[in-house]
Design a protein around this ligand. Structure first.
Ligand code: SF4
Length: 225
């Protein structure tokens, strides 16, 4: 991704300085790297599951967010796949910096059951975040999003539709997400990365983003001033 350089990313990140010896404590140091770089879904999921049990997942993901090393552009790392990491970079570009230590709390045995319950019951990150706050946890949406990813969920920004809401996800993009799509585009984000941010990765997501940008350019959408 080219929209932010390493210095910008370092200054934007709230991640604590990473101890240089963190890799010596990583779970994957003795594992075959194949699963971490596989394109097969089941193998990628196995790698992500290993990450979630890794004692240095916070340090690893922090390091990946602070590094421009090409190796961090590929494969599973820090419990996320590349699309999720690109989505996280756009979150940070919008000023949404996760509290990774708190995200780790949310996937601990004490809270994982609640996270899974909320993923099943709530229709949005917003709803999950509000419920956690009612539980007494001070969390924000991007922190919940990272925890949802770590727990194997999609953590999509585009909410599942409420009962009675018959809109398609394309209609949701135009109705509810046009402002952020245009803002990210103006910040230089690629369409495919905007789609990853929204949680609609792949070619369909990029096409949906392109349609929103086209409609906005034609003046066919009402955007916030
Ligand atoms: S979080 Fe995953 S990629 Fe990072 S050190 Fe741990 S096992 Fe390896």
């Amino acid at each position: 991704m080219t929209i932010v350089n390493a210095d910008t990313r370092r200054s934007r990140s709230s991640a604590a300085p990473v101890s240089p010896d963190w890799k010596t404590r990583s779970v994957c140091r003795d594992e075959l790297a194949d699963d971490f770089y596989s394109t097969i879904k089941s193998r990628k999921e196995r790698a992500r599951a290993l990450c979630v049990g890794c004692p240095v997942i916070v340090e690893c993901l922090s390091n990946q967010r602070q590094s421009d090393d090409a190796i961090y552009r590929w494969g599973v790392g820090g419990g996320l796949d590349p699309e999720q990491r690109r989505a996280l970079e756009l979150e940070e570009l919008l000023g949404n910096v996760p509290n990774l230590a708190m995200a780790r709390v949310l996937v601990s045995p004490r809270w994982l059951w609640r996270l899974r319950q909320l993923k099943a019951d709530c229709r949005s990150l917003e709803g999950m975040t509000a419920a956690f706050r009612e539980d007494g946890l001070f969390v924000d949406e991007v922190t919940v999003r990272v925890a949802a990813w770590w727990s194997g969920g999609e953590g999509s920004r585009v909410a599942r539709l409420a009962p009675g809401d018959k809109r398609t996800w394309r209609a949701q993009l135009q109705d509810d997400y046009a402002d952020v799509v245009v803002a990210l585009h103006e910040l230089g984000a690629r369409r495919v990365d905007i789609a990853a941010y929204l949680g609609i990765p792949g070619a369909n997501g990029a096409k949906g983003v392109a349609a929103v940008l086209k409609a906005a350019a034609a003046g066919g959408l009402e955007l916030a001033a």
